[in-house]
Design a binder for this molecule. Structure first.
Ligand code: 13P
Ligand code: SF4
Length: 311
C-alpha cells in the first residue's frame, strides 16, 4: 500500500471505477460500516446481493456471506477483503459429517442456518437466517420431521419458542457463547431498569434474561423504539455503532464476558477485514469467491426457498 494514501478516498475512487457495491455487516468496524453502501443483517445483505446491478460486490462480512452473494449473483465478481474470515458455526459442520447425519435420518428435512458452507447449503432443503427462521418454520407442516444445524442455540431457542421438536446439530458461535450469566446479572443489578436485547445465537442462560431476542437488525430496531434510555446489548458489540448513530441520546452497554467487559465478544473472523484489505480487494479484485457451478446451483435451491418463504 503506497505510504500516506487516504484510504477512504481511494476506496471511494475504486468503488466508482469498478462499479462496485460495498455490503457491510453490523459486526464490522465503525469505519467500514460508515463507508458501506448498505449495512444490514444476513437476510438483508443476501437480498441486496441478489438485487444489485453493480459489477463487483465487495463483501465486508465473513466468507459464508460472500459465498451467499456469489451463489445468488454468479455473474458478479465477489471479493472478500480477507479469505480467512470464516465462522465457528461453519467450522463446526463439516459437509461429510453433515451428509452422514442427514443420511441417518432420511425422514427428516434439513433446515440450515445461513452460517454454514456452500456444501452444507447444497445438502440442505431450506436456509434460514435469525430474522427469517420463525416465519419459515411456521410454514412447515407440523408433522414434518426436521434436522436443524449448525447452531444448537438458535435451534434450541426456536424449539422452545415455537414448541417444535427438531434434531439439533451441536454447533455454537464462539462469540455469543462467551457471554457470562454471572457478569450479566451483575451488570443488570447496576442498571435494573435497562432491558436486555440478545441475539438467538446466545446460550439459553443468556436468552432467559432477555427482554428482546432477535437478529442484528431486530435488535437495532428494538434499540430505536424501546422505552427508557439504557440498553444492555448481548450480541457482537460493533452493532452499538449503529445504535449510537440512530439514537445518540441513549446509552448502550455491551453485555460482558467472564472478564467483565465486552471485548472478548468481538468476532475474531469479522475483525480480519480492515480498511487496508478492502482497499486492496477493490484495487486487485482479489481475494475473489469462486465456486463450482454444480455446487452453486445445488446451494441456490435452498437459498431461493429461504428468499421465497421469508418474503
Ligand atoms: P444476523 O445479522 O442475521 O443477525 O446474524 C448474526 C451473525 O452472527 C452473523 O454472523
Ligand atoms: Fe460466526 Fe459468530 Fe462471528 Fe457471526 S459472530 S461470524 S456466527 S463466529
Amino acid at each position: 500500500i503506497p505510504q500516506g494514501i487516504d484510504l477512504r478516498a481511494e476506496i471511494d475512487r475504486l468503488r466508482k471505477k469498478r462499479n462496485a457495491v460495498i455490503l457491510g455487516h453490523y459486526y464490522q468496524t465503525p469505519e467500514i460500516q460508515d463507508l458501506s453502501d448498505f449495512v444490514g443483517d444476513s437476510l438483508e445483505l443476501s437480498r441486496k446481493a441478489a438485487e444489485t446491478d453493480a459489477d463487483v460486490i465487495a463483501f465486508c462480512g465473513v466468507r459464508f456471506m460472500a459465498e451467499t452473494a456469489k451463489i445468488l449473483s454468479p455473474e458478479k465478481i465477489v471479493v472478500l477483503p480477507d479469505m480467512d474470515a470464516g465462522c465457528s458455526l461453519e467450522d463446526s459442520c463439516p459437509p461429510a459429517q453433515f451428509k452422514a447425519f442427514r443420511e441417518a435420518h432420511p425422514d427428516h428435512i434439513a433446515l440450515s442456518y445461513i452460517n454454514c458452507s456452500a456444501e452444507v447449503k447444497a445438502l440442505s432443503d431450506i436456509i434460514v437466517t435469525s430474522s427469517s427462521a420463525e416465519k419459515i418454520l411456521a410454514q412447515i407442516p407440523a408433522d414434518q420431521k426436521i434436522i436443524f444445524g449448525p447452531d444448537k442455540h438458535l435451534g434450541g431457542y426456536l424449539k422452545r419458542k415455537l414448541g417444535r421438536d427438531m434434531l439439533l446439530w451441536p454447533g455454537v458461535c464462539i462469540v455469543h457463547e462467551a457471554f457470562s450469566e454471572t457478569e450479566l446479572l451483575k451488570l443488570k443489578a447496576q442498571h435494573p431498569d435497562a432491558p436486555i436485547a440478545a441475539h438467538p445465537e446466545c446460550p439459553p442462560y443468556i436468552i432467559d434474561h432477555a427482554d428482546y431476542v432477535g437478529s442484528t437488525s431486530g435488535i437495532l430496531d428494538f434499540a430505536k423504539t424501546m422505552p427508557g434510555d439504557t440498553l444492555i446489548v448481548a450480541t457482537e458489540p460493533h452493532i452499538i455503532h449503529q445504535m449510537q448513530k440512530a439514537v445518540p441520546h441513549k446509552n448502550f452497554i455491551g453485555a460482558p464476558g467472564a472478564d467483565g467487559n465486552c471485548n472478548c465478544n468481538i468476532c475474531p473472523y469479522m475483525a480480519l477485514n480492515t480498511m487496508e484489505k478492502l482497499y486492496l480487494a477493490l484495487r486487485d479484485l482479489q481475494p475473489r469467491i469462486e465456486m463450482d457451478e454444480t455446487l452453486r446451483l445445488q446451494a441456490k435451491k435452498s437459498l431461493d426457498r429461504m428468499l421465497d418463504m421469508a418474503s
